[in-house]
Design a protein around this ligand. Structure first.
Ligand code: FMN
Length: 160
């Protein structure tokens, strides 16, 4: 079976939970890149990258990770998942702006958030955004389990 790593960063826990599920169900090794936990990418045949979208872009920590490792990443089987509450129509572009990934290997999994995790202006802004998008303002959640299954399936296809 191909060696697989999941490199993720997660502000509020969605991408972390997904990474842990991939590790559990597909036997992948787990790296939290926000903890400067950079694996030796050469040791892996399949790399899964995952993070949340913020202000229409992937989490900045992911962008930095990609910039540091671009040469190696360009020679890997790459799968990219993003969590987001509102960017379903532009997630491919959000990812391709920072890294070339085949469209069929980019998965938009929806998002989740607990308003209690937020403070100040962000709290107010997210309440408004949730309302405008028909989501629960206190706990917006539009996680897409079908896409999650499709992502797991794709990882396993690359491994076999
Ligand atoms: C300040 C802020 C900005 C956000 N911007 C976006 C956005 O541009 N597009 C989107 O789809 N979701 C956006 N979200 C929602 C998050 O992407 C979503 O909650 C996701 O599940 C977070 O993933 P993480 O916890 O792994 O970081 C935003 C959330 C916050 C708090």
């Amino acid at each position: 079976m191909a060696n697989t790593a999941v490199c993720y960063t997660s502000k509020y826990g969605a991408s972390k939970k997904t990474a842990e599920r991939i590790a559990r169900e597909a036997g992948a090794e787990l790296y939290d890149i926000s903890a400067d936990n950079c694996p030796d990418l050469d040791a892996y045949d399949v790399l899964v990258l995952g993070c949340g979208l913020y202000m229409g872009k992937p989490n900045k920590i992911m962008k930095k990770f990609i910039d540091r490792n671009r040469n190696q990443l360009n020679h890997k089987n790459l799968i990219f998942y993003v969590h987001g509450l509102i960017s379903e129509n532009q997630y491919n572009k959000c990812v391709n702006d920072i890294l070339d990934v085949e469209e069929r290997n980019i998965f938009y999994l929806g998002g989740t958030l607990d308003r209690k995790q937020l403070s100040g202006i962000t709290k107010v802004m997210m309440k408004q955004i949730a309302k405008e998008n028909g989501l629960d303002p206190d706990h917006p959640d539009n996680l897409n389990s079908g896409q999650m299954e499709a992502l797991l399936k794709r990882v396993k296809e690359y491994q076999s």
